[in-house]
Design a binder for this molecule. Structure first.
Ligand SMILES: [Zn+2]
Ligand SMILES: [Zn+2]
Length: 465
């Protein structure tokens, strides 16, 4: 028996070793940045598209007009005007594109030293860029391993405990606890999905709220049990070192920095990874990104409008007009990129006016969605006035979600805009100079506590209430 037992345990040990090794290998593969050529491929494609647009617009449309060729789409004067405007917009766009392609977003590794991981007590880094995949995984794990019910002492404390008590109360893993699902039906949180899912998977908490906001859910079997219907932002202390530690890079990330898997490094004020420019958009190139998108919108709009206009006019006045197939290609291309870049421009102007990165906006959007669901439980869909009043009541207690409730909100759209785009008008249109944002120093909204939790209005500094 003994030899058999030993051999079985030996085999198991070997199997475990192989599994562990395979897991490590796959982890290492996942952590590897994309190869250079993959990251930069779309840059070459973009350059090719610009060059082709130039050839068709100038060579096949403007030059025949200027030469007064038979079949030209317009007069010489029109040809020269179109050519000049096209070249000005095109050169501005190329200048801005060159600037964004060669301006690094700012990398955390150039500014922080490696350090050992702070005691995380089982908690992983609170956020990375693989939101959807990690969320699905975390939710799956949470569903497979439902957290144990709270010990009696905890429930007791949650009923009678003060807000301050709750804040101090640590979880099993040493962190102040995050909201759980069933008991906090109305609880919203500002965490990005990954953090929320992980918090759910690892912690349990009964959120204490102002009694006036606690209402029973009508018609439920459990109507005597108080259910929370209020704005209850996350209690997760996201500014604490253990939440800002990057396991992959081995250092503590500056505020607002996140790890980009495509680039394989932590990026300062990470906004998003942009394949069209071949790297990330972050603190030090967000301004140039917006300037590039602005000129790209004008360039695409000009090419699209003039090509469509001239060809439409020619097809109306000439009986045997045959449209050039290459011009159709450019009309389609410029039309597509006009829609794409306009959407980008509008989105980023709104984000910059809120001093929010794309990643941070995900958390805010999630909080809004959850609040909508809570309102749906409180009031029927046609009770718009009641819904508005409830939101007003919550706003009076907390401030507004994307403003007072955003950790990096500076108090006004103008201040937010200038923090990224600079305080001089030329900085908003010309790709010269530097970004006003160094990616390292950010002022935390004073409506948050030192660990990064949104405070209700009555806990704000007196001058802000
Ligand atoms: Zn990192
Ligand atoms: Zn990246």
């Amino acid at each position: 028996m003994a030899p058999n037992g030993t051999s079985r345990s030996g085999t198991e040990h070997k199997c475990m070793g192989i599994v562990e090794e395979a897991r490590e290998k796959s982890e290492a593969r996942r952590n590897k940045p994309q190869p250079w050529i993959v990251r930069k491929l779309a840059v070459f494609i973009t350059i090719a598209m610009i060059a082709y647009t130039w050839y068709v617009y100038v060579g096949r449309m403007c030059v025949p007009m200027i030469r007064r060729d038979a079949g030209a789409l317009g007069s010489r004067g029109l040809g020269i005007t179109f050519l000049v405007v096209f070249c000005i917009l095109g050169l501005m766009m190329i200048w801005a594109y060159e600037k964004i392609v060669f301006t690094s977003p700012g990398l955390a590794k150039d500014h922080v030293h490696k350090s050992p991981a702070p005691p995380t007590r089982g908690m992983q880094t609170w956020w990375d860029t693989e939101s959807e995949a990690d969320l699905a995984q975390a939710q799956f794990q949470a569903s497979q391993n439902p957290p144990p019910p709270p010990p009696p002492s905890e429930s007791k404390r949650s009923k009678g405990g003060s807000r301050a008590d709750q804040k101090r109360k640590p979880s099993q893993n040493g962190h102040p606890l995050a909201p759980s699902d069933d008991e906090n039906v109305g609880v919203t949180d500002a965490l990005p999905p990954v953090a929320a899912a992980r918090a759910k998977a690892t912690a349990r908490h009964v959120s204490p709220q102002d009694q006036s906001y606690i209402q029973p859910l009508p018609g439920t079997v459990n109507a005597q049990k108080p259910m929370m219907y209020t704005r209850a932002p996350s209690k997760t202390p996201i500014l604490l070192p253990e939440y800002r530690y990057c396991q992959r890079d081995g250092f503590q990330k500056p505020y607002r920095a996140h790890h980009c898997r495509a680039c394989g490094t932590c990026v300062l004020k990470y906004d998003h990874h942009c394949p069209w420019v071949g790297h990330c958009i972050g603190a030090r190139n967000h301004r140039f990104f917006l300037i590039f998108v602005f000129w790209a919108v004008l360039f695409c709009a000009w090419a699209f409008a003039t090509l469509v206009g001239l060809n439409a006019h020619a097809s109306l006045v000439r009986p045997n007009f045959n449209i050039d197939g290459q011009m159709i290609a450019i009309i389609v291309l410029s039309g597509f990129f006009l829609v794409f870049t306009t959407a980008l421009l509008v989105t980023h102007v709104v984000l910059i006016c809120s001093n929010m990165s794309t990643v941070e906006e995900l958390g805010v959007r999630r909080m809004r969605e959850r609040e909508k669901r809570v309102l749906g439980r409180l009031h029927a869909w046609w009770q718009f006035r009641r819904r508005r009043e409830t939101v007003k009541q919550w706003d009076a207690e907390w401030g507004r979600i994307g403003k007072e409730g955003h950790m990096w909100w500076l108090g006004s759209a103008r201040k937010n805009w200038e923090a990224t785009m600079g305080d001089k008008a030329w900085m908003w249109f010309l790709p010269i100079g530097k970004s006003p944002d160094d990616g390292l120093s950010y002022v935390v909204n004073p409506r948050f506590d030192a660990e990064g939790r949104w405070l209700p209005r009555n806990e704000w500094p007196a001058e802000l209430r």
